[in-house]
Design a protein around this ligand. Sequence first.
Ligand SMILES: Cc1ncc(COP(=O)(O)O)c(C=O)c1O
Length: 385
Amino acid sequence: MGCKNGDRLLNDLRSRFSRVLARPETYLANHSLGRPLDQMSHDVQEGLDAWVRGMDSAWQLWMAEFERFERNILALTGMSGAVVHKNSVGQGLRAVLNALPTPVRVVTSSSEFDSVDFILREYERRSLVAVDWVEPSGAESGIPKFVAEDFLDRIVPGVGLVIISLVIFTTGQVVPGVKEIIKKAHEVGAKVFLDSYHAAGVFTWGYPDADFVAGGSYKYLRGGPGACWLVVHPRNLNMQTLDTGWFAKARTFDFLKEDQRAEGGKGWWESTPSPLPLFQARSGLEFTLEVGVAEIRRLTLERLRALREGLAPLGGFDPQNEAEWGGFCLLPSAESVDIVAALKEQGINVDARQGIVRFGPDLLTTPEEIEKAVAACQSLSLART
Ligand SMILES: Cc1ncc(COP(=O)(O)O)c(C=O)c1O
C-alpha cells in the first residue's frame, strides 16, 4: 500500500464503491456485513428487468445466473462437484444432516456460529443427532485456541459427521490441522462439513477432499444476505437428502408424480429457487476473484497489523503468528458492548461477540481510519478482562 502504484490501484478499487464510501462513518465491521460495489444495484436491476420485460422468459437469464454462481464458487473454494444455492449456511447444514441415517453421531466444536449450533441442539433434542462438543484445549494471551488433536482424538469409528468452521467466528482462529481432520474422518467412515463463512473471500484454503463446504456472501464477499451455498463433493452427489422439492426431480417440467431424483448436483436442489440473491452477490464475488483472495489477505493483514499495534497497549490481542488468525482483530473487554456503543457515537462501526470487540478492516480501509479508531479507543477508559 506504501508505493505510488499501490495507492493508485487502491484508489481505482475504491472508486467502485463510491456509494457506500459516501457514508460518513469509519466502517470496521467488514467481517460482519461486507460493503457492496456500486455495480451491485445494477446487477439486481438486471435480474428484475428480465422479469418485468420478459415475464416467464426471465427464467433463461435467471438459470444462467445459477451456472455463473456455481462457476464462481468453484473457483473460490477450489472444489469440484456441485454448488447448490442455499439461503443460509444453516439450510445447507440441514440438507446434509437430512441426507444421513439417523441418529447421526456428530463431532463439532463448541465455537460454531449460533445458526449451526442452534440447529444441532434442536436435532439433538429430537434424538436425530448425538453431538460430541469439542472445547478448545489451548489459549494464547487469554484467547481460547483449538489444536488439531482436540478434534482428531474425538473422531472415532461410529462418528458420521464432523462439522468445523475454517475460521472461528468469535476469536478469528484459523482451525489447525483441517487436512488431517478430513483424513481421519474418512478413515473412520465419517463425512466432513466445513463452514467457510469467515474464510470465504478473505483467507485462502484448499480442502478439495472435504465432503461439503458451506459459506455465504454476507461478509467478505460483499453480496448481502441470501446468497449462500453448499458445495457437494462428487462422491456425495448420489446421496439423497430429505430437503427436496420439484427442482430436484429428473424431469421437473414433465410434472410426473413418479419422477426420479435428478442425477448430479440438481438432485440436491429443492423447490422453486430464488435467483435475485445471486444477482445481488455477483459483483462482490467477481470482485474477490478479480483482486484475488491472496492479495485481499495481504492487504487485510497490513491493516490488521496497524490496528493490532495501536490496540495492544489497550489490551488488544496481538498474536504471535498472524497466519493463525483470520480477517479481524480483537479487543477483549468486560465492557465490550459499551465500547461498541461508545465507538458508534464517534462514527466508528465495530461489533462484539462474547466479551470480545471485533475490528474488521477491509482493503477499502485507510490508514487515517485506523488511526481514528485507535485514538477513539485510547480516549475510552477500557476495562480489561
Ligand atoms: C461461521 C459462521 N457460519 C454461519 C454464519 C451464518 O449462518 P446462517 O447463514 O445459517 O445464518 C455466520 C454468521 O453470520 C458465521 O459467522
